[in-house]
Design a protein around this ligand. Structure first.
Ligand SMILES: [Zn+2]
Length: 449
């Protein structure tokens, strides 16, 4: 992984203008295409060179829980278990931008519907448990129901938001999706949880903060439409982590200083430990990025927690699941400095910042939006703590920040704007969006077959 990042970094250092970035991207792609072979070899190549093909548009169709880089590590380290490579292929396909738009299902009340795919790759599957029905005794179904409810209540009680779209969009989930399907995802209109294989190191994808994270991707899409690439994409990931974690902290009644700040705690089977070798593992640690897991069978959590370790890569949509660690750490340290319940002042500040951030904020600009939000909400006593939390991760809040520094960010924005110009069908539930034009900037729905 380090090699790849270094390669990309070297490439990125040489380019300055847009044409040069495109040229560099093309060269990287050509190199990849030349050496790639079918089957195992192709996977091996993709594994050692995640640069692969630069994305051409900003419309992936699904937002996944387990990032491609982790599946790649697992496929590489466990060549006998084909389910990792297969899920990787499906995940990459899902992250490949598509233009189709699936309208959301609105019922005005955010009603919960849980379906069971029973090991097939179908949506939504058989009815399992709907709003108001009692528990059915299936732990995956009942937990899914409870977490959807927790997410809906969090948005209503804490942020005064009526479900995902603020218009009562139904909360639809499918469990037991696929056979050895090693991931969970938000496809723009519903949540889907795969069923880990028998030999998988994953225990379950039905986790409260994971559910909250994915639902929040839907909220972000509606509120600001942050482009899923580079820094705005990492902020998209970051905000999804923030509210996913906060809804878990709120339901459990845990204050900021007592929280574990772990996204996906309970994701791994018990033999996979955190980086210290003893603590429980997870997928990402917001307070201490890079420490969530470390095991010979799955690799080590690669997230940076400071701008000095910022990951430049064409993989992972420009490092969205890597660099989200940086703002994650700023949020967690700020919430601890404020004290008490993180979903109160810090959560309110982040939601207000999200509303004003637009679709392509840099880290610096988003940081400035949080400071503006704190002032606007009357939390002026917290501004110095906020400033310090950002500076401690190497970010100086600034409205006039440099543009999104990730290679390709400018192209992504242009392509997005072109896509919108080319007549993306407006979907009717966008009337109340905040900020400038954002439709379609974030992965959204194409109903999986
Ligand atoms: Zn995500």
């Amino acid at each position: 992984m380090d090699n790849n990042n270094t390669n990309v970094k070297d490439g990125a250092d040489k380019v300055a203008g847009r044409d040069q970035v495109q040229e560099a991207a093309k060269n990287l792609f050509d190199d990849f295409a030349k050496t790639a072979k079918v089957g195992e070899q192709q996977l091996a190549q993709a594994t050692t060179n995640p640069v692969a093909a630069p994305r051409t548009l900003d419309r992936p169709t699904g937002l996944v829980v387990v990032p491609p880089y982790l599946l790649r590590e697992m496929a590489n380290r466990n060549p006998n278990n084909k389910s990792f490579a297969e899920t990787l292929n499906k995940t990459e396909e899902m992250l490949t931008p598509k233009a189709a738009v699936e309208p959301s299902v609105v019922d005005d009340q955010g009603k919960i519907e849980v379906y069971d795919a029973k090991g097939k790759e179908v949506h939504p599957g058989d009815k399992a448990r709907f709003e108001g029905e009692p528990a059915i005794g299936d732990v995956e179904v009942d937990n899914t129901y409870d977490y959807a409810k927790s997410a809906r209540e969090f948005y209503k009680d804490v942020l005064n938001r009526n479900s995902i779209d603020d218009k009562g969009m139904k909360m639809i989930s499918t469990v037991n999706y696929g056979d050895n399907y090693e991931n969970a995802f938000w496809n723009g209109s519903q949540m889907t949880y795969g069923r880990p294989g028998k030999d998988s190191p994953f225990k379950s994808f039905v986790l409260e903060d994971v559910a909250g994270h994915e639902v929040t991707h839907g909220v972000i899409e509606k509120v600001s439409g942050m482009i899923y690439w580079g820094q705005s994409g990492a902020l998209n990931e970051h905000v999804a982590d923030v509210f996913g974690e906060l809804m878990q902290q709120k339901r459990k009644g845990i204050t900021a200083d007592k929280a574990d700040w772990m996204i996906g705690d309970g994701l791994w089977k018990d033999h996979i430990k955190a980086a210290d070798g003893v603590s429980p593992s997870g997928l990402r640690n917001m307070l201490n990025p890079g420490t969530a897991y470390n095991d010979a069978s799955v690799g080590k959590d690669p997230q940076p927690g400071h701008m000095k370790d910022y990951v430049q890569t064409w993989g992972d949509n420009g490092g969205v699941h890597y660099n989200s660690g940086i703002p994650n750490r700023a949020f967690a340290t700020f919430a601890i400095a404020v004290g008490g319940n993180a979903w109160e002042k810090p959560g309110q500040i982040w939601y207000e910042a999200l509303k004003n951030a637009g679709n392509n904020p840099s880290f610096q600009q988003f940081a400035q939006h949080t400071i503006d939000a704190a002032n606007k909400l009357g939390y002026t006593g917290e501004v110095a703590k906020l400033q310090k939390a950002w500076e401690d991760v190497g970010i100086t809040p600034s409205a006039k920040a440099l543009d999104n520094i990730t290679p390709g960010a400018a192209e992504k924005r242009e392509q997005l704007e072109q896509l919108q110009k080319d007549g993306q069908k407006p979907d009717h539930d966008h009337d109340h969006d905040h900020g400038p034009v954002q439709r379609g900037s974030v992965p959204r729905a194409r109903k999986a077959a």
